[in-house]
Design a protein around this ligand. Structure first.
Ligand code: AMP
Length: 271
């Protein structure tokens, strides 16, 4: 496995591979993206880069979990061809002065709460796509709005890459795996399962015939209302991230809440 720490080290031999962009502190959610990529493409490149542009002031950039050695071992064990681990200074050299600013589905929810976040995501991805020229790129459905922003970006800018969305990997209790779960103790993780429980409660109501988005939302909020959780949003949206009055199969439920000082998000597509 090659480890590339600067853009200059990327040879054209890597072009056309599958790319799995990550911020590291890899877990089984990331591993599932890598496995999926390996199943569809002989060569897989994983990028590990805690992208400063996508963190707002006061967010957790400086303490975001970093575990490069473990990450490299996991990538090696999975059969990854190359891991790209640039430093921020290498990735954004002096004079770097371009921002990609997605609108549309990037505006509500995370876009509203985290100004500049999706611009940071879009900018890093356009630069990564330019450097690595992947044929395919893999993203998790946990970050559903991000996935849709990436699809919109690729469509709007005609980028020659196929975006692949991958299912959420959860722990036994249903908590969506996230690098930020490392901030939580086992007891706190147990309480954090409330996000998935809220999504499940709304799915159950939908399965029992409820179609009103306001009722599904109320159901999610009922479950999320515990002293440990500060709910940010619980919404019923379409694939453009617009709130809908009525839910159908394929409608998306998104929740965000802060528990024990850690902001967590989750997503479920109604079946
Ligand atoms: P991150 O390192 O958190 O930026 O995530 C890198 C990629 O892994 C993103 O496309 C995420 O959506 C995806 N991902 C993170 N957690 C999970 C999970 N539990 N299941 C599936 N994909 C995930």
């Amino acid at each position: 496995m090659q480890r590339l720490s600067s853009a200059g080290a990327i040879g054209p031999g890597l072009f056309g591979a599958a790319l799995v962009p990550t911020m590291g502190a890899l877990h089984q959610g990331h591993a599932s993206l890598i496995r999926r990529a390996l199943g569809e493409c002989p060569r897989v490149v994983v990028s590990i880069f805690v992208n400063p542009l996508q963190f707002g002031p006061g967010e957790d950039l400086s303490r975001y979990p970093r575990a490069v050695e473990e990450d490299l071992a996991l990538c090696q064990a999975l059969g990854v061809e190359a891991v790209f681990t640039p430093s921020p200074e290498e990735f954004y050299p002096p004079g770097f002065a371009t921002r990609v600013v997605p609108e549309g589905c990037a505006l509500p929810l995370e876009g509203e709460r985290r100004p500049g976040h999706f611009s940071g995501v879009a900018t890093v991805l356009v630069r990564l796509f330019g450097m690595l020229q992947p044929a395919r790129a893999y993203f998790g459905e946990k970050d559903f709005q991000q996935l849709q922003v990436v699809r919109q970006l690729v469509r709007d800018l005609n980028l020659p890459v196929t975006v692949v969305g991958c299912p959420i990997v959860r722990d036994q209790g249903g908590l969506a795996l996230s690098s930020r779960n490392r901030y939580l103790s086992p007891e706190q993780r147990e309480r954090a399962r409330v996000l998935y429980q809220a999504l499940q409660a709304a799915q159950q109501a939908f399965s029992a015939g409820e179609r009103l988005a306001s009722a599904l939302r109320a159901r999610m909020l009922e479950v999320l209302t515990i002293p440990e959780a500060q709910v940010d949003y619980a919404v019923v949206v379409d694939t453009e991230l617009r709130e809908v009055p009525q839910a159908t199969r394929g409608t998306h439920l998104l929740v965000a809440a802060t528990l024990f000082g850690i902001r967590l998000i989750d997503h479920l597509e109604l079946l």
